[in-house]
Design a protein around this ligand. Structure first.
Ligand SMILES: C[S@@+](CC[C@H](N)C(=O)[O-])C[C@H]1O[C@@H](n2cnc3c(N)ncnc32)[C@H](O)[C@@H]1O
Length: 238
């Protein structure tokens, strides 16, 4: 079974990522601002997760539709932030072509698939559902910053007692993926994410038909730089 089907669809996921609920107060307004669409725009929050960024898109006056693979995340979203939601897979979006003004893809939600073709397909699907002139915001972890962060701890189990889990990350240099194993509530999880270079992100965005690709190196919209913790791309469907 693909790792991303089970790993996000477990109550322990909410424990491990509890901090992200707090961070949403800063990330949400900033990322929604970088999407930079006028009020009333139709925005697809893909994947929406448990909806932690949803209120910030709504605050800007957007019409927001959420989609995610995890029923557990969608259930929490509906309870905490009622909205039009759909269970979906990135590889076949259940939206009409050219129906959206924006696709909002936050928190390193690209690169989950094992094959290059499927990772490209996700971007092709984002392009398909956007109208001409529509905007994709793709918020990724910066590859160089991750490499630096892992350099001393790679392969070691780290304990997060307050949060209630242990974690071990391994950088697969050949495949350029990060494998993150976690132990929480008696369960084991393993994320396995392709962390592309800047050139690869741009190549794949262009390959999916996006143009006018701008990149930021932080939530405040500062210019992109290799060492930035976040690489945030804003790309236009021509
Ligand atoms: C890191 S979370 C980000 C969620 C949200 N964007 C946020 O910032 O909180 C990744 C999300 O992607 C969803 N996901 C994983 N694989 C998916 C797939 N193949 N199709 C659709 N959603 C998927 C997971 O269920 C999870 O909610």
């Amino acid at each position: 079974m693909d790792w991303f089907i089970g790993d996000f669809n477990h109550p322990a996921y909410f424990t491990i990522y509890a901090d992200k609920e707090v961070e949403a107060g800063v990330e949400g307004p900033a990322l929604a601002g970088l999407l930079n669409l006028p009020p009333g725009s139709r925005v697809l929050d893909l994947p929406c997760g448990w909806g932690r960024l949803h209120p910030h898109l709504r605050e800007l006056g957007h019409e927001v539709f959420g989609g995610d693979l995890s029923p557990l995340n969608l259930k929490r979203h509906q309870l905490e932030h009622p909205a039009p939601l759909v269970r979906m897979d990135f590889r076949a979006l259940p939206f009409r072509s050219a129906s959206a003004d924006g696709v909002f893809c936050a928190f390193t939600s690209w690169g989950y698939f094992a094959s290059d073709e499927e990772n490209l397909l996700q971007l092709l699907e984002f392009a398909r559902v956007l109208r001409s002139g529509g905007v994709l915001l793709l918020d990724l972890a910066g590859r160089e910053s991750l490499r630096a962060a892992l350099s001393d701890v790679e392969g070691y189990w780290l304990d997060f007692p307050k949060e209630g889990y242990q974690e071990r990350a391994t950088w697969d240099r050949a495949k350029r993926r990060i494998r993150t194993e976690r132990r929480c509530q008696g369960q084991r999880f393993r994320h396995d994410i392709w962390i592309p270079s800047d050139a690869e992100v741009r190549e794949y965005l262009a390959g999916a038909g996006f143009r006018s690709i701008a990149a930021f190196g932080g939530l405040d919209g500062r210019p992109w730089e290799p060492q930035a913790e976040r690489w945030i791309y804003r790309a236009i469907k021509p």
